[in-house]
Design a protein around this ligand. Structure first.
Ligand code: PMV
Length: 333
């Protein structure tokens, strides 16, 4: 069984071993999957059962400052608050840093996200992507973004898609060591595409996506259907992106999210991230669509929805969802 450290050694084999800078900073956008990552073929290395495809959220994401310091322990500050190193968040981050320290160096990590943490807005994705980018600068590894995506994946699977703006594909790969399991950007600009962030319940999610996908894979009678559904949706999304076909993009993303949630709802025990507000918002989206407005939703491991629509329909969508924050993934990036 390969460990994360084995993979880090493979990626960094002839790279610089000591930090060359004292303090560095990196930003990574959050990303929203239109074809989801749901289920692992390797639990340790975060190798997925299926490929996935996302769109990044431009200026919504995480900025991480990494400083080498001479303290006994790492120090972590999240959104201006010190993090307990024994908390789940702290332990996970420290064990990620352990993969890279060469001479017992310790770090001060100051990370700030402008998206809700652990509410299905992919804050861990942008967090681990920003950290991998910052370490790349700190140690001067000079890795290209696709190699860096392998390191980001070891922190959080979906983090490997947060190394770029725009559409990104994460290739599932076949190899046991996952060296072919990286992400690459899709060359496409879709200027009038909008993503609406609908915070329906800002509470932390009851179960991590890691646990929920494991349970779905192990116990849902529908999980066997997931790889085929995912492969079909991937083809449709590529077609939609190539042809700038918004309705195909929206329909496919919504159907893919519902299929993913079907594997959770039918897991044992059932995992349902939907709150009454989630279901009410889904019905609003469907009602608006019946009225002729092309708007679709996607949902991750949390109760909140992300709406997909085009700029020409923004006023109508916003009048139905006044609290929604709108991101234009391709504007100004
Ligand atoms: O990368 P993780 O372990 O946070 O898993 C992300 C899972 C989903 O957000 C539900 C789907 C996805 O592809 O982002």
């Amino acid at each position: 069984m390969l460990t994360k450290k084995d993979i880090v050694d493979l990626v960094l084999k002839d790279k610089n071993k000591s930090p060359v800078q004292e303090i560095v900073s990196a930003y990574a956008p959050s990303n929203i999957a239109l074809c989801k990552y749901w289920g692992k073929r390797d639990e340790v290395l975060n190798l997925p059962v299926t490929s996935s495809l996302s769109v990044s959220l431009a200026n919504k994401g995480t900025t991480t400052v990494v400083k080498c310091h001479d303290a006994q322990h790492d120090e972590i500050i999240l959104n201006s608050n010190p993090v307990d190193l024994d908390s789940q968040f702290g332990k996970r981050l420290v064990s990620y840093l352990d993969l890279f320290r060469q001479n017992n160096e310790t770090f001060l990590i100051e990370t700030s996200s402008n998206i809700p943490v652990a509410a299905g807005f992919a804050s861990s994705a942008s967090g681990y992507a920003a950290l991998a980018e910052a370490l790349n600068i700190l140690y001067d590894w000079q890795l290209d973004s696709s190699s860096l995506s392998i390191l980001a994946r070891l922190g959080s699977g979906s983090a490997c898609r947060s190394l770029w703006h725009g559409f990104v594909e994460w290739h599932k790969g076949e190899r046991e060591d996952g060296m072919d399991c990286n992400a690459t950007p899709i060359e496409k600009t879709w200027l009038n595409l909008c993503v609406g962030l609908l915070v329906l319940s800002p509470e932390e999610k009851p179960m991590s996506s890691r646990e929920a996908m494991k349970l779905s894979k192990a116990s849902s009678c529908y999980y066997d259907a997931w790889p085929k559904k995912s492969a079909d949706d991937m083809k449709l999304l590529h077609k939609a992106i190539d042809n700038s076909d918004f309705e195909l993009l929206g329909q496919t993303a919504e159907s893919n999210a519902l299929a993913m949630h079907a594997t959770m709802i039918t897991a044992s025990p059932s995992v349902c991230y939907w709150q009454p507000e989630t279901v009410a918002a889904m019905h609003e989206v469907w009602a608006l669509r019946k009225e002729g407005v092309p708007v679709y939703f996607t949902e991750d491991a949390g109760p909140n929805l992300k709406l997909l629509f085009e700029a020409k329909d923004a006023d109508q969508v916003m009048s139905r969802f006044p609290a929604m924050e709108v991101v234009m993934p391709f504007e100004g990036v």
